[in-house]
Design a protein around this ligand. Structure first.
Ligand SMILES: CCCCCCCCCC/C=C/CC(=O)SCCNC(=O)CCNC(=O)[C@H](O)C(C)(C)COP(=O)(O)OP(=O)(O)OC[C@H]1O[C@@H](n2cnc3c(N)ncnc32)[C@H](O)[C@@H]1OP(=O)(O)O
Length: 398
């Protein structure tokens, strides 16, 4: 068993051991959404700041990390409420000192200070990195695993992690949300999601399960459930025509969210696979609603319950894919067509999308919330843990 697998088994079964082990390392996960935090006018800013921390390009240094940690704890839990660690437990002692040093600072003020501190770290570049500059062929900086370009009135979001089959890391979920937000506000009229290399996307990066925060697997599952809900909401609410250019095999969440796209073009090399039962998980991306609607309940069940992998031709026959192209001419044919569509009047396209989708939005949000809630307990199940351990120890592949 590799060290990584040993670590996740230990953490999943004994999160309390980890909590008292003193092996805290800096992890942006420390800044993630915590349930039970009082809602207030600055809650959204606070959440944005937490996301921003994960995208910092430079390590801010220990002193700042301790400040962030202390303000985060104060903002979410109030004054320091844990016993002082021993003098030789240097890391936890430093963290305790920082938190305890905030005394009875009100939660609201701590939240505000946290937001201010993050904004001073982010500087102007991180904000501008999510804005598309008008004009042809502009490339946006600031994403680690995405390549976002804007050309011919089309913003292209390229999943750019080909050595890992474009598996989506926690950071990528955030980056995709930022890229969609920017695309919704830029001058482009169409937005395209596609993958680099031979895969479109192999779904959730299963190593996301190993980054367990001090609060243990339950906290991780809650954070992930919020993250997934926010991620899928971005697709539900995306205002411009959204096109998937499926250049190769697609797995898991990259398949389920296709039901929220307006157009799906696929290479004949693409396959569509949702192995949720194999992974001890359950459908997400609103697929429990969109798939039966698109393909009928029995075809949807074969995919979502039994994990049947569809070829591009089958996915097209079942309505999930708009059109299949030979791989040899895929890029040329698809981009020629998209460039022609991008010349259509943008307001008419936007309004047509709105009228097509608007009656479904409320339902989709409710489905999304329910799916994320079900996953919250699935992720903590033995079935799921065993499947992830098997993949990470290379005993299992799809
Ligand atoms: C406690 C709760 C935490 C929850 C956190 C979740 C947050 C949001 C969840 C949203 C839910 C999504 C559901 C899903 O997406 S389910 C689908 C998950 N994906 C998979 O199960 C695919 C796993 N991968 C494979 O089976 C195979 O890699 C493959 C895709 C069939 C390709 O096989 P092939 O032989 O061609 O290539 P390799 O296996 O050698 O892959 C090359 C390297 O890429 C790494 N890889 C590929 N896919 C993933 C992945 N999904 N996660 C992590 N790593 C992946 C693979 O390990 C190789 O890496 P290496 O070169 O370092 O060995």
């Amino acid at each position: 068993m590799s060290e990584i697998v040993r670590r996740i088994v230990r953490r999943w079964y004994h999160p309390s051991l980890l909590r008292s082990s003193g092996q805290y390392t800096w992890s942006p996960a420390l800044q993630l959404h915590t349930s039970g935090t009082a809602m207030s006018v600055t809650q959204k800013d606070f959440e944005n700041a937490m996301n921003q921390v994960k995208l910092l390009k430079k390590d801010p240094g220990n002193e700042v990390k301790l400040k962030l940690y202390a303000l985060y704890k104060q903002a979410t839990e109030g004054p320091c409420n844990i016993p002082k660690p021993g003098a030789f437990d240097f890391v936890n002692k430093a963290k305790w000192d920082a938190w305890n040093g905030l005394g009875s600072l009100p939660k609201e003020t701590a939240r505000q200070n946290y937001v201010d501190l993050v904004s001073s770290l982010s500087g102007p570049s991180s904000e501008s990195s999510s804005q598309v500059k008008p004009g042809a062929d502009s490339k946006q900086e600031g994403y680690e695993n995405l390549l976002v370009t804007s050309e011919d009135r089309i913003t292209k979001i390229l999943l750019n992690r080909p050595t890992k089959k474009n598996a989506i890391t926690t950071q990528m979920y955030h980056e995709i949300m930022l890229a969609l937000k920017a695309a919704s506000q830029d001058d482009s009229v169409l937005t395209v999601l596609t993958g680099s290399g031979d895969y479109y996307c192999s779904g959730n990066d299963l190593t996301n399960f190993t980054d367990i925060p001090p609060g243990g697997v339950e906290e991780k599952a809650k954070n992930s459930s919020f993250l997934l809900r926010d991620f899928v909401n971005c697709f539900i609410d995306f205002p411009k025509p959204l096109v998937a250019v499926v250049n190769g095999p697609a797995v898991g969440i990259s398949v389920t969210i296709l039901g929220l796209f307006d157009i799906v073009y696929a290479s004949d090399r693409a396959t569509f696979h949702t192995p949720f039962s194999h992974l001890g998980q359950s459908p997400e991306g609103c697929s429990s609603y969109t798939f039966p609607k698109i393909m009928g309940s029995s075809k949807a069940a074969e995919m979502l319950i039994f994990g049947k992998k569809l070829t591009a031709g089958e996915a097209c026959a079942q309505g999930l894919v708009t059109q299949v192209f030979p791989d040899s001419t895929f890029q040329k044919e698809v981009w020629t067509r998209l460039k022609a569509y991008s010349k259509l009047p943008p307001n008419a396209m936007r309004i047509s999308k709105e009228i097509i989708r608007k009656n479904e939005k409320e339902k989709l949000h409710a489905v999304n919330a329910e799916e994320c809630n079900v996953l919250l307990s699935r992720w903590q199940s033995d079935e799921c843990m065993n499947a992830v351990v098997n993949f990470l120890s290379r005993k299992a592949k799809l």
